[in-house]
Design a binder for this molecule. Structure first.
Ligand code: NAP
Length: 299
């Protein structure tokens, strides 16, 4: 089998057109959407993500503000920046980029977010709403995963409701921003859900668990973790991983968690890195920013 390689950039372009329409409606009501991101330290992937968001916001006409705080910033400094953004009327969406330096308490920083601006649903109130199946905002990465999957199912003329009810979805990784919400979204679709973390690898059970998946979502942050042996024949594989690796020429390039060449021989469809889930995630975050602005108009 040679898998369909899903073109995430094309999906993102179509989604961006929809978001442009939503922003135009807001502009007609006198609202210019504002997004703020907060990066603490110099993590390579987080900094690359920040640059992509800036570009995306600029292209869509969303006002973009970025706060860069040094890696040794104190807890109260980061919390104050986040709280101030919550009170700023020009800002509709706030994103605190992960990973945060190890000395910071991520949970307390997320609690400092204004829930109405917490477009990634990491504040406990929003995470709770998501877990209950009534999300205020669907976090951008798992939202992008299911948007891409829904689009592929539509192309195959498969009924998504029926497909999910008959499927097992395996999710590798259980971070608060990707793995856990992906499990919630799979659960809401009435799929059978298998969740694996690093212990599945350490105890040599990873392949046995991932091979249960008709759909396999991978968000571990380990380059090439998923090989052909981890994938059930005919599965649909969605690779969330974005990992910087340095080549023999000394240049850094981004690779996924899935060994694409060999997995493509087993899977029915697979997303590449780059050009898969990432571009759709970026646009979804803009969509959530527009949704936050629209929600404020209604209050
Ligand atoms: P994270 O917070 O580091 O979480 C990684 C998760 O993977 C943890 O649950 C960890 O298990 C699990 N894991 C680690 N090694 C594993 C292994 N060998 N086998 C099985 N599970 C393993 O990372 P994240 O924020 O979720 O990001 C994951 C990846 O997605 C990264 O490459 C990141 O750059 C990328 N990402 C991409 C997008 C996008 O738009 N495409 C967005 C966000 C993140 P434990 O819980 O046991 O530690």
């Amino acid at each position: 089998m040679t898998a369909d390689v899903i073109d995430g950039r094309a999906v993102a372009k179509q989604l961006a057109d929809e978001v442009r329409g939503e922003l135009a409606e807001l502009a007609a009501r006198g609202v210019t959407c504002g997004l703020a991101t907060v990066l603490v330290g110099t993590d390579y992937a987080a900094a690359a993500y920040e640059r992509r968001l800036r570009t995306e916001a600029d292209e869509l006409g969303i006002t973009y503000r970025h706060y860069f705080l040094g890696a040794d910033s104190e807890q109260h400094t980061v919390e104050r920046v986040v709280r101030d953004l919550g009170a700023d009327p020009a800002v509709h969406g706030v994103l605190v980029l992960r990973p945060l330096p190890a000395h910071l308490d991520e949970g307390r920083i997320f609690q400092a977010l204004e829930p109405a601006k917490d477009i990634e649903s990491v504040h406990p109130e929003n995470a709770g709403l998501l877990a209950l199946g009534t999300p205020r905002f669907v976090p951008s990465t798992p939202a992008a995963v299911f948007h891409v999957l829904d689009g592929w199912l539509a192309e195959q003329e498969l009924d998504p409701v029926e497909f999910y009810r008959r499927s097992t979805i395996a999710v590798v990784g259980r971070s608060s921003n990707v793995g856990r919400p992906a499990v919630s979204l799979a659960f809401q679709r009435q799929a059978v859900v298998v969740s694996c973390d690093e212990w599945a690898s350490r105890t040599d059970r990873l392949a046995a668990q991932t091979r249960l998946g008709d759909v396999l979502i991978v968000a571990a942050g380990v380059p090439g973790l998923i090989r052909a042996e981890h994938v059930a024949p005919g599965a649909i594989v969605l690779d969330v991983g974005i990992n910087p690796v340095t080549g023999d020429d000394g240049r850094v390039r981004l690779v996924g968690d899935v060994a694409l060449d060999e997995v493509a021989e087993v899977a029915r469809a697979v997303t590449p890195v780059p050009g898969g889930i990432g571009p759709v995630t970026d646009v979804w975050l803009m969509r959530n920013t527009a949704a936050a602005a629209a929600a404020r108009l209604r209050t």
